[in-house]
Design a protein around this ligand. Structure first.
Ligand SMILES: [Zn+2]
Length: 363
């Protein structure tokens, strides 16, 4: 069921004191929502996609939208906070939102870009998880293992890839046959409504907690098959390599690192292709390499949040500014998609072979 979003003005969510203490990100988001409504940009709005209820309290799922109200336009979307322990992901997304709000006040380039493209930002998908300081949502379900997608050849012992054993263990997928959790459904409905009508779309979902450097993943997590949009993905990588030759990302399919059940981006990618066969929507995941933060400040290992977030102030600041250029480049890439989306048959074949050699060659 598609729950219609409510404009932020009429919803006016109010936080309880406990929420303000336990979830400073939500307080910040409400301030940013007010700023968005006051933006001189004509077409800026905030919707409440749904309200998540937990222990008598209510948490809004906020979606910020910039640009014309026409979902067939080129679209770039940013998501954060699927996993409640990964606070830094939401903070990175908010950092970009803050920059964007300032730019829309005076920067003609940004304002002009937003007359022909759309920018969608959902900074906190799992507010209850973040409030409770846990990876999963209020029902103990891991929202990135919750979509109806079964990974191929994944051992049941590999709990990290998602399991149905017990909600007491992390990475719990929910019961077989149950509908998706409401946060997951809200994201799916939002993407179907606001991204599927577009033939040119990119998204980045920000996470942390894996590896020692920053990775930029594209599907699949469910198997090691090449993405049908592999030529477009590698053309985007080339854009990134050329425009920012000193960038810090390892670009690769997620399956190069691990397989997982229930990845919502695998699910939405396949659905989009059935809906819009001529279009290109590539959902990326930015996995920030948190082990480096731990390595440099090992005492963090003793806190539940420490494995997923930088703690020292200079490292937090560095992380908050580190990815702004990436979001900007992806926005430009949907505004000017020819280098990655307008490939002729020969170039697609060449890039497909290159991508297969680079990422899918048999060991
Ligand atoms: Zn995560």
């Amino acid at each position: 069921m598609d729950t219609s979003p409510i404009p932020f003005e009429s919803a006016s969510p109010r936080l309880t004191r406990a929420q303000i203490r336990g979830l400073p990100e939500m307080r910040e988001l409400l301030i940013l929502a007010e700023h968005t409504l006051q933006s001189p940009l004509q077409q800026a709005k905030v919707d409440v996609l749904d309200e998540v209820h937990h222990a008598g309290e209510s948490f809004p799922l906020l979606a910020f939208q910039f640009g014309p109200d026409d979902p067939s336009l080129p679209t770039f979307a940013i998501f954060g906070g699927f996993h409640g322990l990964e606070r830094i992901g939401t903070q990175v997304v908010m950092s970009y939102l803050r920059t964007l709000l300032e730019l829309t006040r005076w920067d003609r380039v940004t304002i002009d870009m937003l007359t022909t493209t759309r920018l969608l930002i959902v900074p906190l998908v799992n507010p209850v998880g973040m409030y409770l300081q846990r990876r999963s949502n209020g029902n103990n379900v891991d929202l990135m293992r919750n979509a109806p997608v079964q990974a191929e050849g994944l051992s049941p012992l590999h709990l990290f890839g998602g399991h149905r054993l017990t909600p007491r263990l992390p990475w719990y997928r929910g019961l077989d046959g149950d509908p998706m959790e409401m946060e997951s459904q809200a994201v799916c409905n939002f993407v179907r409504r606001e991204i599927f009508p577009s033939k040119v779309a990119l998204s980045i979902d920000v996470h942390s907690g894996y590896g020692t450097f920053d990775r930029l993943w594209f599907p699949f997590a469910k198997n090691r098959q090449p993405l049908p949009d592999l030529p477009e993905a590698i053309a985007l990588k080339h854009l990134l390599d050329k425009v920012h030759p000193n960038h810090i990302y390892c670009v690769e399919p997620q399956s190069r690192q691990y397989l997982a059940h229930g990845d919502v981006w695998d699910y939405l990618y396949d659905e989009y292709r059935a809906f819009q066969p001529e279009g290109h929507f590539i959902p990326f995941t930015l996995e920030m390499g948190s082990w480096l933060w731990v390595k440099k400040n090992w005492i963090q290992i003793f806190s539940s949040l420490g494995m997923f977030n930088p703690r020292l102030p200079h490292r937090v600041k560095r992380t908050l500014r580190r990815h702004l250029f990436l979001f900007d480049l992806f926005h430009r890439a949907v505004r000017s998609p020819e280098p990655w989306q307008g490939l002729d048959t020969d170039e697609r074949e060449r890039l497909m072979r290159l991508g297969l050699d680079l990422w899918y060659a048999k060991p």
